[in-house]
Design a protein around this ligand. Structure first.
Ligand SMILES: *[C@@H]1O[C@H](CO)[C@@H](O)[C@H](O)[C@H]1NC(C)=O
Ligand SMILES: *[C@@H]1O[C@H](CO)[C@@H](O)[C@H](O)[C@H]1NC(C)=O
Length: 140
């Protein structure tokens, strides 16, 4: 691709995904019953972790950690249950094999601006990992 074609292409990608939306680079940290497809981040807006299910689960919990010097430290979220919590995370259980879902988090709730490497672990109720994904983002 020439530089100009490449630039037009990038422009198109930015335009299609919305000016402030970024797909974040993420690392897998032990997904089992699901796979993360993409992590979409809108600064001071929301975070969407899109994932697909390899098995059906009836209910799920979500855990957030902050990675500090390589170690996961607790970073509590408002609800431990990921589903049916007044639509807080946008998830409705059960989560079905082959289905695609977004775990959504509103980021416009913490002040001051807070940057972190976060780890999100979604588990079924017996405690088996659905997905584990970590990436850099911020609250503001
Ligand atoms: C998931 O479990 C929580 C806690 O037991 C419960 O409040 C919620 O209704 C359950 N959701 C489903 C779909 O079973
Ligand atoms: C998840 O959200 C992203 C935007 O953040 C969207 O492109 C995608 O279609 C959504 N996926 C599902 C399964 O709703």
């Amino acid at each position: 691709m020439s530089a100009v074609t490449c630039r037009s292409f990038l422009f198109l990608v930015v335009w299609l995904t919305g000016a402030n939306s970024h797909l974040l680079k993420f690392e897998d940290c032990g997904s089992v019953k699901g796979r993360v497809i993409q992590v979409d981040f809108v600064p001071c807006g929301y975070l969407n972790i899109e994932f697909s299910m390899l098995e059906t689960v009836q209910n799920a919990t979500i855990l957030m950690n902050q990675i500090v010097e390589g170690k996961p430290e607790p970073a509590p979220l408002p609800y431990i249950y990921a589903c049916n919590q007044y639509d807080f995370y946008g998830l409705t259980c059960p989560l079905h094999t082959g289905g695609r879902y977004n775990f959504s988090l509103d980021l416009a709730q913490e002040e001051p601006e807070f940057h972190l490497k976060g780890r999100f672990t979604l588990k079924d109720l017996p405690g088996h990992v659905i997905f584990c994904s970590q990436f850099n983002f911020w609250f503001c």
